[in-house]
Design a protein around this ligand. Structure first.
Ligand code: SF4
Length: 524
């Protein structure tokens, strides 16, 4: 077995010479290595994976073709969900033989599970080459290079943030939209959550830096930006400005060409009226709010150490809807938290009924080792949790269907997405997002111009499914296309990546993909 070089805590790597993906020992000189990043978990992880891809491409790697065996597989892991460990080690086990048969292949494990398990990853899967934590994504190319050179595994886990993640190169999944981290970490201590111990205390980026990144995304063709943090509305706590998040939303409203601003997730306890005012008064901030409820029972909220109560939660929704009557609200709910009685659960049902969420992410509580709730008494039997969960789903499905029905006949401007859904090729419908972020599948009437991902279309909603809306205009008069910079950027990215921009009708062969440079590639 190879030895492992372990670098922990405050090590700083020299990155003045970027690690390269070329000419690893034992391989053909000049061969460019391919990579595949496999992501588990939340939006934060998806965003981190974009950064990992950007870093790797900066170091000269290229994305592996679908179904090809990559030279490098990176797992960006999540420790929040049940069985995350089993899933990761299952995937690693499956890759063991592939690695044996594919000379020079490397495997890296990063993200929350790596931060939590550290050395245990290599003990359980000694064929892994690199383990890196949530605070040092930027070290990955160097660690890979070092592992190849020294022929031993590398672990580097930092206890605190070394470089703010958003200063790393990013390869965005969609040219028309981007995510911008405004903060990382969390100062709360919810008893079911492992995030504070893995991601650390809240660290806020400076507003100027955030706005510069938003501006750069817009210049790259993005028309939509989502501001991201574990707890966006405590933004500013680190530099002593409680009103900083509302100011940031208003400042985004000043950026020319930025058409849609979203954010996730706010915490109900820190939700202040200045944020509602900024949302209502800034035209490009979309009428959408994802705000985790977790439980409608005040007793359970207390035991979760979430410092708002159901009355406050409902009060925020009232204020939001008074200012933005069409705002779509979504949430997260945990069922079966330790000690939850039938009465507590009924409180959750009552708050859900009153909240009229347009959809909800519902979770059955499962104990996460290392969290206070894992050792609480009164863990709820699985069948009780399951039965409550099914009742909650039935209630939310009814509300979702009712709320979707109310959309029929409304006229919506959709931002066209690249992904047309699983049935897109069957039905010929394209997909887009309404201002309130509802998913709409729409058809393009005969004779109407075909929109590109990133363009906007205006249609009337004609039907509603359980999880989406439908718009089937019957003539070109019922369909309006607004071409956008994002659509142009999509065309350019298509032409750069495979030479077939949707508006390209002839001409020369596409140029070669430029290696070693961060590029924008649409997914799909
Ligand atoms: S607010 Fe609570 S649930 Fe959210 S990241 Fe912080 S500790 Fe976890």
């Amino acid at each position: 077995m190879r030895s492992a070089s372990v670098t922990m805590t405050e090590t700083t790597l020299d990155r003045t010479q970027p690690a390269s993906a070329r000419e690893p020992s034992g391989e053909q000189p000049g061969k460019v290595r391919t990579y595949d990043v496999r992501t588990f978990g939340c939006q934060m992880n998806v965003h981190d994976s974009e950064r990992i891809s950007g870093l790797l491409e900066n170091a000269g790697y290229i994305a592996a073709e679908e179904h090809a065996t990559p030279d490098l597989v990176v797992f960006n892991t999540c420790a929040v969900r049940e069985n995350a460990d089993n899933k990761l080690y299952g995937h690693l086990g499956n890759l063991r033989a592939t690695k044996r048969d594919h000379e020079g292949m490397q495997i890296a494990v990063g993200g929350c599970l790596a931060q939590k398990d550290q050395n245990a990853v290599l003990e359980k899967a000694p064929w892994v080459d690199v383990v890196f934590g949530t605070h040092n994504i930027g070290s990955l190319p160097t660690l890979l290079e070092r592992s190849r050179h020294n022929q031993d595994a590398q672990i580097e886990i930092l206890e605190s943030l070394e470089t703010f993640p958003s200063t790393l190169p990013t390869k965005r999944d969609a040219v028309y939209s981007g995510w911008v981290s405004i903060s990382v970490g969390c100062n709360n201590t919810c008893t079911f959550c492992i995030v504070p111990s893995l991601r650390g205390k809240e660290r806020d980026r400076r507003p100027g830096e955030i706005l510069a990144e938003v501006q750069a995304l817009v210049e790259d063709g993005a028309v939509e930006v989502t501001l991201l943090g574990q707890n966006v509305n405590t933004y500013g706590v680190e530099f002593g400005d409680r009103g900083a998040f509302a100011k940031l939303l208003r400042a985004c409203g000043e950026i020319e060409g930025l058409e849609r601003v979203r954010f996730t997730s706010p915490h109900p306890a820190s939700f202040t009226d200045d944020v509602i005012d900024a949302m209502a008064e800034t035209p490009n901030v979309m009428p959408q709010l994802h705000m985790p409820l977790q439980s409608g029972s005040d007793t359970v909220l207390k035991s979760m150490r979430r410092s708002y109560r159901s009355k406050k939660f409902l009060g925020i929704l009232d204020k939001v809807r008074a200012r933005m009557p069409h705002a779509a609200v979504t949430t997260d709910i945990i069922v079966g938290f330790p000690g939850e009685t039938e009465e507590d659960f009924q409180d959750t049902m009552r708050v859900v009924e009153a909240s009229r969420f347009c959809s909800a992410f519902t979770f059955q509580y499962s104990a996460r080792p290392g969290t206070p709730a894992a050792t609480m008494e009164d863990q709820i039997p699985k069948q009780v949790v399951q039965e409550r969960f099914e009742r909650l789903i039935a209630l939310q499905n009814r509300i979702t269907a009712e709320e979707n029905q109310r959309q029929i006949g409304t006229v919506q401007e959709l931002l066209v997405t690249a992904d047309s859904g699983s049935k897109g090729s069957e039905t010929g419908r394209r997909s887009g997002r309404a201002p309130d972020n509802r998913l709409v599948h729409f058809s393009v009437p005969t004779g109407a111009p075909e929109p590109r991902p990133g363009d906007f279309v205006t249609v009337s909603i004609t039907d509603a499914g359980s999880y989406h809306l439908l718009a089937d205009p019957t003539s070109v008069d019922e369909f309006r296309l607004r071409r956008s910079r994002a659509g142009d950027a999509w065309d350019r990215a298509q032409a750069e990546s495979c030479g077939v921009g949707t508006t390209q009708v002839g001409g020369e062969q596409p140029g070669a993909v430029s290696l070693g440079m961060p590029t924008l590639r649409p997914n799909g």
